[in-house]
Design a protein around this ligand. Structure first.
Ligand code: GDP
Ligand code: MG
Length: 210
């Protein structure tokens, strides 16, 4: 899959504030500060698109981007959804509760959501919140790709060891792929776009339902 163009569509605090879209949607989920927005910007070859909506106080929103892309010769549109991060220590119980409701509504009710990319820090072991996120995605029967990011901070051999460990920790099912990534070196970019392209094609053919 080749990215041609991308634009910011909207931010929403509540699921019901999101406008409906007919385009297949891929959501990016993970801890605060793990590198979700950087991954989106790298995939879209944009410096600051995913930060545009990140005005102070607006970080608890779902941000939707529309992506024009090319599959072989065919032009298509898909959406990326940048979801608010979990696990930020300084937020109140009330905010955490609002996050859960927003994400749960989004995963269970967003009609065009066809897959989620779960982002973790390659240097760290998976924690309870990451495993919960994976189980949550699985319980909603959504397609998932695990992307351990910040790969530039480890050597190639250390990265390979960590990826094997994460596979075990997440008890990944055979259909769950894992692709190491870095927004600095851009390693993994092509493979992630390929995963998104294949998933979108399966959705179009009716082999995967959103
Ligand atoms: N070295 C390195 N730093 C990264 C990478 N991805 C993100 N960062 C840094 O991590 C911080 C958080 O990134 P951001 O994309 O805003 O995370 P988000 O909160 O999950 O959206 C920023 O300072 C980024 O520059 C990466 O692949 N390598
Ligand atoms: Mg972000």
């Amino acid at each position: 899959m080749k990215v041609i163009d991308s634009k910011f569509i909207e931010s929403a605090y509540k699921f019901t504030d999101l406008s409906q879209s007919e385009f297949p949607e891929i959501a990016f989920i993970g801890r605060s500060n793990v590198g979700k927005s950087s991954l989106i910007n790298t995939l879209l070859q944009r410096k600051n698109l995913a930060q545009i909506s990140k005005k102070p106080g607006k970080t608890r929103t779902i941000n939707i981007f529309e992506v024009s892309c090319k599959f072989n010769v065919q032009k298509e549109k898909i959406n990326f959804a940048d979801l608010p991060g979990y696990g930020y220590a300084k937020i109140s119980e009330k905010t955490q509760h609002a996050w859960k409701i927003l994400i749960d509504d989004y995963i269970s009710r967003r009609k065009n959501l066809c897959g989620l990319i779960l982002i973790v820090d390659l240097r760290h072991n998976a924690d309870k919140k990451d495993i919960e996120a994976k189980d949550w995605i699985a319980s909603h029967r959504k397609e998932m790709l695990l992307v351990p990011t910040k790969a530039d901070k480890l050597s190639k051999s250390q990265a390979a060891i960590k990826i094997r460990m994460l596979k075990d920790q997440f008890l990944l099912l055979p259909q769950h792929e894992i692709i190491g990534f870095s927004s600095k070196s851009r390693i993994g970019r092509e493979e992630i776009l390929e995963w998104i392209g294949e998933l979108t094609a399966l959705v179009k053919n009716g082999e995967v339902t959103c």
